[in-house]
Design a protein around this ligand. Structure first.
Ligand code: B12
Ligand code: SF4
Length: 499
């Protein structure tokens, strides 16, 4: 029977994580088709690894998981090369990039199908259809081309997550040794990457999750999550967990159940949530979170400016006042709030854009004065194609355009866009970008992230000392001395390298 080759392009230089996206796809065909994973993170020459399988003639189907940025950078040339050298191969892309940019992906002449959103049902359905020469035109979440037309099929309802096949950890272990996926992090010596829910119930207009999940969220039960984690702990000695869910904490009930279960395992954990959601949690629930090992939570604070929170369609009840008050509340429970900010939103005049940036720089300093332990992540607003949203309309009206050809995405300027450092939005002048980046450098100097475990106390003190005058006087220009120290010590930026 025909087999399936699955590829996880390189996404990190070190501290590899369990490749959950491609593992979910492997699980979706487990017991139906034989499969192998090639992990670009773990191969010196991933093309050679794939070519070895393809040359056998047993693997007519190849699935790539692709997120923007470095994964895309490896995915494009390798997909092209595979199509050129093995033209009979059917190439299927899934993940955040092809879901949000399906048109440019399908218009390339080397990707045959894209899956828009979850592939757990769509992928096996497509392989079955191709194997049996039956129609694939009705498969939900599928995008394909007929002649010059790109067809985007209807979205599937979100799948009950407890009904999915378990992830094939043992098989991954045979291919690449699981131990190597359980890295040393700020949380522990063997850290699991786990995804316990999909989607998000909110519709923030800057967020890539929204066009795919359309305000829907489905979670695995606390018991199932616990069982998986216990398995990874017992079999491979895992001692910490990073939850990669977009919004782990949607249900206080599920969080409490999970906290109760994991408490006895003496593990440390981290997840992503919303300030206004957790601010509604009872004190007992937050205390239980900490007791169960939750050490730090990532929150999309975005901005302290209520007008912009509205423009971002942040939803819920989040406000600048609440963001500040909540930083204080977390202190009481000894949980580090990791606040992410999105600077550089459009405004009618350049002066207003600059004012907004300056407002948030001061707001971030206010948060730090309330809770110096709070971690700060600064992104620059990079548009996502959320068709129909007011913000996206504004972005297009301002003259912003995505690349028209798939290859253009690997141009260095678009790579920077993906990393949300220099987003190419017409309203942001180089001066504004520099202001944001310089402030970020000084902030990271004065308050180095706790997640950089190689930065010892001496280095921390030194860089804090060097940055002190700048931080306290607001003179952020030309922070070359801090940059030099960061480069020398390979300072870690969690927003790029993982949290
Ligand atoms: C883990 C992670 C990383 C890891 C790498 C993971 C890895 N594979 O090694 C690290 C930390 C390195 C990383 C980095 C970046 N990431 Co990242 N990352 C994630 C995260 C948190 C989880 C991904 C995951 O495992 N999901 C679990 C699986 C089960 O879900 P899934 O990927 O959606 O897969 C389903 C479908 O998409 C589909 N599918 C996926 N792959 C395939 C393949 C095939 C063949 C098929 C058919 C279907 C299919 O089916 C799956 C099952 O239903 C997501 C957010 C999220 N919660 O998903 C962001 C996310 C994907 N990252 C994102 C970004 C932008 C980045 C960066 C490029 C930039 C940044 N500053 O964050 C950096 C790049 C730096 C780098 N070095 O690569 C964005 C993408 C936004 C966008 N515009 O599309 C996301 C969505 C975060 C966000 N909310 O903004 N990331
Ligand atoms: S709450 Fe977070 S994950 Fe959900 S839509 Fe907003 S930014 Fe995206």
């Amino acid at each position: 029977m025909n087999k399936v080759l699955l590829f996880n392009p390189k996404s990190a230089n070190a501290k590899y994580r369990i490749p959950n996206s491609i593992m979910n796809i492997a699980a979706s065909i487990e017991g139906m088709y034989e499969w192998v994973i090639v992990d670009g993170n773990r191969e010196a020459d991933p093309y050679a690894a794939m070519a070895k399988y393809l040359a056998t003639g047993d693997y007519p189907y190849i699935g790539f998981t692709v997120m923007p940025g470095p994964q895309l950078k490896q995915a494009i040339p390798l997909a092209k090369k595979i199509k050129a050298n093995f033209p009979g191969t059917t190439m299927i892309w899934g993940g955040y990039f092809p879901s949000n940019h399906y048109k440019v992906v399908i218009e390339s002449d080397y990707v045959d199908f894209a899956i828009n959103g979850p592939g757990d049902h769509a992928f096996p359905a497509l392989i079955n259809a191709l194997e049996n020469h039956t129609p694939y035109e009705l498969i939900k979440n599928l995008v394909y081309r007929t002649g010059d037309t790109i067809v985007k099929n209807a979205k599937e309802d979100l799948i009950e997550q407890d009904t999915l096949n378990p992830l094939p950890y043992d098989k991954l272990d045979q291919l690449y040794y699981m131990e190597k996926y359980l890295g040393k992090t700020y949380l522990g010596n063997r850290t699991i990457a786990y995804h316990s829910s999909i989607g998000c119930p909110f519709t923030c207009s800057f967020c890539a999750v929204v066009p795919i999940y359309e305000a829907r969220w489905k979670a695995k039960s606390a018991q199932l999550v616990y069982n998986d984690i216990k398995y990874l702990k017992d079999k491979w000695g895992a001692d910490a967990i990073e939850f990669h869910d977009n919004n782990f904490f949607v249900s206080e009930k599920r969080t409490n159940e999970f906290s109760q279960l994991i408490k006895k395992e003496n593990m440390t954990w981290w997840g992503e949530g919303r300030i206004d959601t957790i601010d509604k949690y009872k004190d007992e629930s937050i205390a239980l979170l900490r007791e169960s090992g939750c050490k730090m939570i990532f929150f999309g604070a975005e901005t302290g400016n209520d007008k912009i929170l509205k423009q971002m369609d942040k939803g819920g009840t989040q406000s600048g006042e609440q963001i500040a008050r909540f930083a204080e509340r977390m202190k009481k429970f000894d949980i580090i709030p990791e606040y992410s900010f999105v600077l550089g939103m459009p405004a009618p005049t350049p002066e207003e854009v600059m004012e907004q940036i300056e407002f948030d720089i001061n707001f971030i300093k206010k948060i730090k004065s309330i809770n110096p332990e709070a971690e700060i992540i600064i992104y620059t607003y990079s548009p996502v194609p959320s068709e129909g949203s007011e913000l996206y309309k504004q972005v297009l009206a301002n003259g912003f355009e995505f690349p028209q050809k798939l290859e253009d995405w690997i141009e260095p300027i678009w790579e920077k866009f993906d990393l949300r450092k220099n987003p190419l939005t017409p309203w942001l002048t180089p001066e504004m970008i520099l202001k944001i980046r310089n402030f970020e450098t000084v902030l990271n100097g004065y308050y180095p992230t706790v997640s950089d475990i190689r930065l010892n106390q001496v280095k921390r003190k030194l860089v804090k000392f060097v940055s002190g005058l700048r931080y306290n006087t607001g003179f952020y220009q030309y922070p070359y001395e801090i940059k030099l120290l960061h480069r020398l010590w390979k300072y870690r930026q969690p927003e790029i390298q993982g949290f």
